[in-house]
Design a protein around this ligand. Structure first.
Ligand code: FES
Length: 108
């Protein structure tokens, strides 16, 4: 079944993605739905940080911490980083994330 996600896009609009599926990344679901502010320049290789999102604090424990490689990329956007920052290409969607809420981080 579909996974539903709420995103605040790059222009501050609330967008609902109703058709996300298990196995794709949050970045892929956002791109497919044309969510503004998710550029994903590197195509999901964890090497651009243009897919940066702020996970809703209520959801951060479910989403989990970034791994070391992602942590290094997030260091590059330190000026706008928050405690719940994640790169959306590194968030693999699962049923547990149905209802997830995130905000697109501004461009540096
Ligand atoms: Fe480049 Fe996520 S798409 S780091």
């Amino acid at each position: 079944g579909a996974i539903s996600i709420t995103m605040i896009d790059g222009e501050g609009r609330e967008v609902t993605i109703a058709d996300a599926s298990e196995g794709e990344s949050l970045m892929e679901a956002a791109r497919r739905n044309g969510v503004s502010g998710i550029i994903a320049e590197c195509g999901g290789a964890c090497s651009c940080a243009t897919c940066h999102v702020y996970v809703d604090p209520d959801w951060f424990d479910v989403v989990g911490e970034p791994d070391e490689v992602e942590e290094d990329m997030l260091d590059m956007v330190d000026d706008i980083r928050r405690p719940t920052s994640r790169l959306s290409c590194q968030i693999a969607l699962t049923r547990a994330l149905d209802g997830l809420s995130v905000e697109v981080a501004p461009e540096l």
